[in-house]
Design a protein around this ligand. Sequence first.
Ligand SMILES: Nc1nc2c(ncn2[C@@H]2O[C@H](COP(=O)(O)OP(=O)(O)OP(=O)(O)O)[C@@H](O)[C@H]2O)c(=O)[nH]1
Ligand SMILES: [Mg+2]
Length: 328
Amino acid sequence: MPANLSPEYMAAEQRFKAARATREKLEALEEMLSTIPKHKGTEKMQGDIKRRISKLRSEAQKKGGAAHALPLYHIDKEGAGQVALVGAPNVGKSLLVKKLTRAQPEVADYPFTTRLPTPGMMVFENVQFQLLDLPPLSEEFMESWVPTLVRQADVAVLVVDLSAADLLEEVENTRALMEKHRIVLGPPPAAGLEPGWVSKRTLLAANKAELPDADDNFIALKDLFGDRYAMLAVSAETGSGLDEFRRAVFDLMGVVRVFTKAPGKKPELDAPYVLRRGSTALNAAEHVHKDFAAQLKFARIWGHTRFDGQMVQRDYVLEDGDIIELHI
Ligand SMILES: Nc1nc2c(ncn2[C@@H]2O[C@H](COP(=O)(O)OP(=O)(O)OP(=O)(O)O)[C@@H](O)[C@H]2O)c(=O)[nH]1
Ligand SMILES: [Mg+2]
């Protein structure tokens, strides 16, 4: 490690390490190059920085467009599932995330407030889901990386403003914008998805439900889109419907919570395994330990639909809340 690296250089290097977007990386590298002490001892480092700059530049150009047009964001998934909030500007996506999690996204009474993705963890009973606040979807402008994040999410919440005059159009607009990027909100078409397309299970969260006309508008929404989306009237402002929102997200996620217990011991009730709905006793065993799965002979179940300790086979389909005792 050559001596005499300045604090400015160190700060720039930190920024480079933290950067996700190509533009940010490039800016940090440029600054590293300008602040690195220019002497024999740093020659190799200078060369290394220059190489990284030119590599990033040429990669960015190959992808098309100037390097500065390529911000990319990636949010690491946490918890039992990720939920992308999508919708028109100013409908209350950020206030919902703020009320449901500990995140502090900016909320303001004008469109295009949100510029960056903001994750926050939402608790539902004994599990947590990651909500992702996103910039708005709009025909006028949409951040280029938004569809990628929606694609990666497990489910979507389509937020609308029940007081908006053009409410029904907004739903259609959002749906159409996502389809431009080959994302179907709601169930896939009957004929199936074409290659490259995805569908997202979607909850329509009709926000600002405490405002005048909201009730009538909710009825109109239900008439038009009730077959397509699970729907809920909420108010991020007053908090009404937010408990139902947590449960609706859980239902949409398509998972079951399962507790394990060792024979003769008490179940571990604070930390459920979260498995896809339809998972079997064998799948639960795979989660616990791969050796368990190979050796699983049978299981005993304590749950709502079985009598306590009932013996089941490996193909038993788990119910939410089941306690399972694995026998090998
Ligand atoms: N009356 C009422 N106002 C709300 C409610 N939810 C949000 N708002 C207000 O609506 C405005 C927009 O809220 P945001 O959460 O910033 O909306 P957004 O959808 O994130 O907006 P963009 O970031 O521009 O997409 C703010 O003034 C909020 O206080 C609600 O349930 N009722
Ligand atoms: Mg916002």
